[in-house]
Design a protein around this ligand. Structure first.
Ligand SMILES: C[S@@+](CC[C@H](N)C(=O)[O-])C[C@H]1O[C@@H](n2cnc3c(N)ncnc32)[C@H](O)[C@@H]1O
Length: 251
């Protein structure tokens, strides 16, 4: 079985992202790592350059996400954190389904402002880098941590460690984690940035035994350009949940 250590070694050996087939990307930029302000500006530009429905990650059909969310139990005041949510219409859908504690985060101010203009104070927003350990301080523990197409950008082992530390600090006991990232065998870059692909086993390796796999599946996302991008979706539950009678089946 391939482990993240094997993959780290491979990435270190190769100073670029290792792309041989340029068609395996979701734009024509050359792959490069970006951090801090450069990263923020990369994403602001991505959202400025194209209309929402032309973005290489635009999602119209939330069926794969709902398959996993439908398995999560929600209590009346439980919250969901959408990590690097961009301009996704997922919060709109969650509001329609009756959820009220929705936190949207992103590094792009342009994206956050676009969602604010659409949804106003129906949800809560946090602008910043998910790897900034202070970023989630004001957000209470969450019942669901949801990430589609963000974690795969963390190609540095250290960044992944920070990401999973943040996740473990925020997800309640008995809470859930939904990850939907590029598949290990899929594209090697997204939005011009190198990616670190996953399998369900690689997610589990990072989450550890404290999280139990409830469901997972491969999903071929079709980009607006018509190209195929294989993702791996997985739902985990944090162990040691205290059972409660007041479960509300919202989703
Ligand atoms: C490929 S898009 C996916 C957007 C959204 N999750 C979706 O499925 O439509 C990646 C998103 O992650 C955000 N992002 C990238 N790096 C981030 C970071 N370090 N912290 C927070 N957000 C980040 C970007 O601004 C962008 O909105």
């Amino acid at each position: 079985m391939i482990t993240s250590r094997d993959l780290n070694k491979k990435m270190e050996e190769n100073s670029s992202c290792g792309i041989e087939d340029p068609s395996k990307s979701c734009c024509n930029c050359s792959p490069k790592e970006a951090k801090g302000e450069e990263l923020k500006s990369h994403w602001d530009t991505a959202y400025q350059k194209k209309p929402e429905n032309q973005l290489g990650w635009f999602e119209q059909d939330f069926a794969p996400t709902l398959r996993l969310l439908d398995q999560c139990e929600f209590h009346p005041n439980d919250s969901i954190l959408l990590v690097g949510s961009g301009v996704s219409r997922l919060p709109d859908l969650l509001l329609k389904k009756g959820l009220s504690e929705i936190y949207v985060t992103d590094i792009s101010e342009i994206a956050i402002n676009e969602v604010k203009a659409r949804l106003g104070n129906q949800i809560q927003y946090k602008l910043g880098d998910i790897l900034d350990e202070k970023m989630l301080e004001e957000i209470p523990s969450v019942q669901v941590w949801f990430d589609r197409a963000v974690l795969h950008f963390f190609t540095d082992e250290k960044d992944r460690e920070v990401y999973f530390r943040q996740l473990k600090q925020k997800v309640k006991s008995g809470g859930y984690v939904i990850l939907a990232e590029f598949h290990l065998d899929g594209a090697k870059k997204c939005s011009g940035l190198p990616v670190f692909g996953y399998t369900e086993a690689l997610y589990q390796e990072q989450l550890g035994d404290e999280f139990k796999l409830l469901d997972s599946f491969d999903f071929d996302y079709i980009m607006p350009s018509g190209e195929k991008r294989p993702y791996v979706y997985a739902l985990y539950q944090r162990k040691n949940s205290g059972s409660s009678d007041s479960t509300l089946d919202i989703l």
